[in-house]
Design a protein around this ligand. Structure first.
Ligand code: FRU
Length: 517
């Protein structure tokens, strides 16, 4: 009898736990603050995007992941795939840590000609280059500062013979050993058609170190880049690639993330434009002008971003994605059971502004998301009183939308808020505004813990503005991405009004975006 009761209890327990799992999965991607059209992990912690490559119609994205908790921990490479960079199919974890060896950031390439010899004849091998971070050595180094413990980070390969589904750690790792620097990580591999060689850019302390190879296994040190831009912090997650402008002029771009000292505090990513002669990267003399550094994003939440390898036509543009968070508070944001999202993917193009090269980061086309679309002229169809230019969001049950403004006048200001007549500052409120005389863009995100106001100088006339709002993030693209601000925020109550001032006969389009999940 007792054993019968035991069995019944066990069955009930199993049933209820199955139910729990099922309920959990059903509620995944519906949690408070969960972005609806950005990629975020189903559960657990996420930081940098890793190993991005395009093959046979699929964009592969890997990311730094700790599945057991929603704070940073033993790093895995998790895997997700998309055909349009909007809808994602989550795959099993690709590369697991092994004891003290964590799988830090890196990149992946398609070895079409099997130069590495790691293919099996059926498919081109895909090679992932990542930093093996040895936590045992790190602890010993921190305690003793003895030289023999300094080789915490080395560069390893894992390869896939089935187009990215499963991964094998290379048995002759490391392929690049540590020359004696504690920080020595995040290898980004690029194929150069011009030099017919593979190049690695990796970050070490305040510099980027370059290597070259013909077979992807043997790497030769070629040069270092340092001494320019923001250097107060540790450089991380570089990217090096060529782009051509509208006139077909080719330049090389170097991205450098830095773990602190970004324009708005905390981590951020700067870029440089110049030439790469197959050995050294040399920044254009007039690139910085009177700026100390040029950033890919003037908001707080776009870090460690890099571009996809192996995309077709990738000399005209590259596809980019970044981690939409910041090391300053990334582990504290009030979300559970996951933490953080990626930025919306962006097209990176090269432009020449007066006599300087600059990059544009425009958002990918969101038309592919099913949406309820409106197109209105503020003054006529919406019939708004001049002093009360606003859109009421009460009938809309989501905070996921896109708004486009064209031909806006000077001194535009847009305010999203949760109170209609009275704006309660203790509630969350996001304001964004332009001062066209001073040519600045301001974004104030008033968050519970992370109150800040961000300002970016903007040199040209504002002719278009795209705003993506997705529950707990805002991304603002000025003039199709000549200047971008990305920020996360956490509201107490949802927005129910968007107010404008300084708008006159401007064309506004806004779309409510359906969930991709
Ligand atoms: C950047 C970074 C990388 C490192 C990874 C570890 O955010 O610090 O330099 O490889 O995160 O998760």
């Amino acid at each position: 009898m007792i054993s019968k009761i035991k069995n019944i209890i066990i069955i009930l327990l199993i049933f209820s736990s199955c139910n729990k799992v099922e309920n959990n999965t059903q509620n995944t991607y519906k949690e408070k603050y969960r972005p609806q059209f950005h990629f975020s992990p189903p559960s657990g912690w996420m930081n940098d995007p890793n190993g991005m490559f395009y093959l046979n119609g699929n964009y592969h994205l890997f990311y730094q992941h700790y599945p057991e908790d929603n704070v940073w921990g033993p790093m895995h490479w998790a895997h997700t795939v998309s055909k349009d960079l909007i809808h994602w199919e989550n795959k099993p974890i690709a590369i697991y840590p092994d004891g003290n060896n964590y799988i830090f950031s890196g990149s992946a390439i398609v070895d079409t000609e099997n130069k590495s010899g790691l293919g099996n004849g059926e498919n081109p091998p895909i090679l992932a280059f990542y930093t093996n971070h040895d936590m045992f050595l790190e602890r010993m180094w921190n305690e003793t500062k003895e030289d023999r413990y300094i080789h915490v980070e080395t560069q390893h390969i894992a390869y896939s013979q089935d187009l990215g589904n499963t991964w094998i750690k290379y048995d002759k790792n490391p392929v690049i050993d540590n020359p004696g620097f504690r920080d020595y990580r995040d290898p980004k591999v690029t194929w150069s058609e011009e030099y017919k060689k593979w190049f690695i850019a990796l970050a070490s302390r305040d510099r980027i170190i370059f290597y070259l190879s013909e077979n992807l296994i043997d790497w030769e040190y070629i040069s270092e880049f340092t001494g320019l831009g923001e250097m107060n912090g540790v450089w991380e997650c570089p990217d090096l690639f060529p782009l051509v402008d509208e006139d077909g002029k080719k330049k090389w771009v170097l991205f450098v993330s830095i773990n602190k000292s970004s324009p708005n505090g905390g981590s951020g990513t700067q870029y440089f434009i110049g030439d790469f002669n197959g050995k050294e990267f040399i920044v254009d003399e007039n690139f910085l002008g009177d700026e100390k550094s040029i950033w890919i994003d003037y908001g707080s939440d776009n870090y460690a971003g890099v571009t996809w390898n192996n995309t077709s036509d990738n000399l005209k543009f590259r596809k980019f994605i970044g981690w939409m968070s910041n090391w300053k508070y990334g582990q504290l944001v009030p979300t559970s059971k996951w933490r953080s999202a990626m930025t919306i993917p962006r097209n990176v193009t090269l432009i020449k502004e007066s006599d300087r090269y600059r990059l544009k980061f425009s958002s990918i086309n969101l038309q592919k998301i099913e949406s309820t679309s409106y197109e209105e002229t503020v003054s006529s169809q919406l019939n708004l009183e001049e002093s009360l230019n606003r859109i009421l969001l009460s009938e809309i049950s989501t905070d996921s939308f896109e708004i486009n403004f064209k031909n806006n006048k000077e001194n535009l200001s847009i305010k999203f808020s949760s109170g209609i007549f009275e704006i309660d500052r203790s509630n969350f409120q996001t304001e964004t505004g332009f001062d066209d005389n001073k040519r600045t863009l301001e974004l104030g995100t008033f968050r519970k813990r992370f109150i800040n106001k961000q300002t970016a100088n903007f040199k040209s006339k504002v002719s278009s503005l795209e705003i993506l709002l997705d529950n707990s993030s805002i991304e603002i693209f000025v003039n199709e991405g000549s200047l971008v601000m990305s920020d996360v925020f956490f509201y107490n109550s949802r927005f129910n009004v968007i107010e404008f001032s300084g708008l006159d006969d401007s064309l506004i389009e806004h779309q409510v975006l359906e969930s991709i999940w």
